[in-house]
Each structure stands twice: as structure tokens, then as C-alpha cells.
Write a protein that binds this ligand. Structure first.
Ligand code: PEP
Length: 254
């Protein structure tokens, strides 16, 4: 049985004081939430220290939303994997479609970041997903297979077990348009089959694959109830304590 993992991607929202408000509110609800789920929040860089300090005794884990593939040097504006480790961050979202489309991150860059994260034992949440044009053009499987194969180049079996995949159809991110449970399940099954091709079935059965794209409290149960969907990466619905807590409650049946 794979333990579900639900992560909040706050994107460019919540400085340290909003982060503190959210965490205090969320912590007060934590006891009423299902136990058999890993919960992760991903604030912006400037709020990470506040988050890890406030959550040092909590079961809630902290993720960065990005990091550099470089260790140090003349890379203005960048943050390294070592720096994230130093402030007790445990996960890092890599390859989000906004990083790919707005900041031009390629599969090769994302691969370098994934390898760097593993080097310091940060767990990557590796995002993949197709555009609507690619899906409608019959390119879904080709696009995902390339993203997975190139993004995971040289990632060992052991490292793969510490990698979370987030399947996020680009057309469903922040749009309110959600993949149907069947569309999501079919695609997750395909993603798992690619992991089987690369790592064998004993690894692929253990790898957690989150769905992301307009997950809300009222559709979480149906999506997370699918056989190959092991949690969610959540944007909009994770900005408010009540909706993030309800989404976890509805999505995880114990
Ligand atoms: C995301 O940013 O990864 C995401 C899935 O956003 P939303 O839930 O708002 O679609």
C-alpha cells in the first residue's frame, strides 16, 4: 500500500507572516485530519525558515517550490539544495509546468536539479504533464514518456523510491477544469507503466504519483479514490486552511 501524499503549492503567495497565520490555523485542525497521509506545504523561499521553525515538532513537512542545480557561485537570484537542507526543508517541487513554460526549464535542467536534490537527500516532487494541444494532437504518451525518461536520467532505483511524481495536465492547472477521474487514472496507469519500464515493477509499485490540476475539497475523494492516484499537488485550494483541511479529509479514506 502506498501512503498518499498531499502537498500545497503556494506559488507566489504568502510571505512569512501569512505563512505563520496559515500554519497556526492548520496545526489547530491537524488532530482531526486522517493520520495515514503525508502532508507537505511549499511556501515561497523567504517563508521557508518560518515554516520549518513552526513545524519542527509537527508531522507536516516543508517543501521548496524550486532550487538551483548549482551549488554556489555567480548565479544571481538562485538558491541551492544545500541551503534548503540547512533550513530543514525536506522536499522540493521540480519541473512545475510554470517553471517549464514561463522560465524555460528543459528536461535536462530539471534532470540536473533532481540529481542535485538527491545528492543532499531532498525529496523531489517531480512534475510532468501535457498541454491541451498535445493531448488533443494524440501526443500525450510521447510527451509524458520523454519528460519522465529525460527527467529521471541517471536517477538510481533507491533515489527513485524517494521521488514523488506529480502528474499535472497543464490544461487543468489553475483553470477550474479538472481531468475526469477516468482520464486521470488512465494517465497515472500509463505513467506507472513508464516507471516499470525504467525501474521494474517492484519499484514502480512503490512510487507515489500525485494528481494535480484544480483539485478541490469536492472532487478530491473521486480523484484520490483511483487505484494509481496517490495524493494531490494542490494550488488554489491549498491557500486557505479550511479548504486544504477539507480536501485532505475528503481525499483520504482510512
Ligand atoms: C499547481 O499549481 O500545481 C496546481 C495544481 O494548481 P491548482 O490546484 O490551482 O490547479
Amino acid at each position: 500500500m502506498r501512503k498518499p501524499i498531499i502537498a500545497a503549492n503556494w506559488k507566489l503567495n504568502k510571505g512569512p507572516s501569512d505563512t505563520e497565520d496559515f500554519i497556526r490555523g492548520f496545526e489547530s485542525k491537524l488532530a482531526s485530519l486522517p493520520k495515514g497521509v503525508d502532508i507537505v506545504i511549499a511556501p515561497p523561499f523567504v517563508s521557508l525558515v518560518k515554516a520549518t521553525e513552526l513545524l519542527s515538532q509537527s508531522r507536516v513537512r516543508v517543501s521548496a517550490q524550486n532550487m538551483s542545480e548549482q551549488d554556489n557561485g555567480a548565479y544571481t537570484g538562485e538558491v541551492s539544495a544545500f541551503m534548503l537542507k540547512e533550513v530543514f526543508v525536506q522536499y522540493v517541487i521540480l519541473g512545475h509546468s510554470e517553471r517549464r513554460s514561463i522560465y524555460g526549464e528543459t528536461d535536462a535542467v530539471i534532470n540536473a536539479k533532481i540529481l542535485k536534490a538527491h545528492e543532499v537527500e531532498l525529496k523531489p516532487i517531480f512534475c510532468i504533464g501535457e498541454t491541451l494541444q498535445e493531448r488533443e494532437g494524440g501526443k500525450l504518451e510521447e510527451v509524458l514518456r520523454t519528460q519522465i525518461t529525460d527527467g529521471l536520467k541517471d536517477v538510481s532505483e533507491k533515489q527513485m523510491l524517494d521521488t514523488v511524481i506529480a502528474y499535472e495536465p497543464v490544461w487543468a492547472i489553475g483553470t477550474g477544469v479538472v481531468a475526469t477521474p477516468k482520464q486521470a487514472q488512465d494517465t497515472h496507469e500509463f505513467v506507472r507503466s513508464v516507471i516499470t519500464d525504467l525501474y521494474g515493477v517492484s519499484v514502480s509499485e512503490k512510487v507515489r504519483i500525485q494528481y494535480g490540476g484544480s483539485v478541490k475539497p469536492d472532487n478530491a475523494a473521486e480523484l484520490l479514490g483511483q487505484k494509481d492516484i496517490d495524493g494531490a499537488l494542490v494550488g488554489g485550494a491549498a491557500l486557505e486552511v479550511a479548504s486544504f483541511a477539507d480536501l485532505i479529509k475528503n481525499g483520504v479514506v482510512e
